[in-house]
Design a protein around this ligand. Sequence first.
Ligand code: ZN
Ligand code: ZN
Length: 218
Amino acid sequence: MKHMTHTIKHHLTDALLMAYSAGSLPEAFNLTVAAHLSMCDECRARAGAFDTVGGALMEETTEAEMSKGSMAAALARAKATPAEPRVQPARDGVLPAPIQAYVGGDLDAVTWRPVGMGVKQAILPTERGATARLLYIPAGAAVPDHGHRGTELTLVLQGAFTDATDHFGAGDIEVANEELDHTPVADIGADCICLAATDAPLRFRGLMPRLAQPFLRI
Ligand code: ZN
Ligand code: ZN
């Protein structure tokens, strides 16, 4: 499996793993977390620990017969309807299994739409509130300079990119928020393919990206 050869440096936060375990993430974020887990043994082990803690908490509160509408009841409901698919083993191919389930296959099944400067995207069919998109950044090309109004998760599936914070290779996940402004640039040598999930529109510096924004839902 080619994406396992790279050592993953950038992992999921505890907050994301906890929310994933509780089933409280929007679908687009849920998918991105599941995709990282399918590529990362370390986070899979941490996710297992959170599941255990959540389960123990649930048992205790059931014994105490918590009232309906309480946090525990909400957690119990989330547990009763886990956001499947849970962690699936990685498959051969560029796209991890959780993403393949949305695309209906690997990369050759993706319908790309140009977003300018050679960058292409494919928006995946998730519920409203957060958006998941595959991004295709040609080797050496850049995503226009932008800030974030909410949270942006970017998981590298192929190739690598660099921004002001660090270098991100296959399996790495970048968690960006309001404080970060960046211009991700794909490494020379390989086209970069990412899964990006956002819960609010990005804030672009340049005029052209701003004009195109409503049409691209980015
Ligand atoms: Zn990880
Ligand atoms: Zn960003």
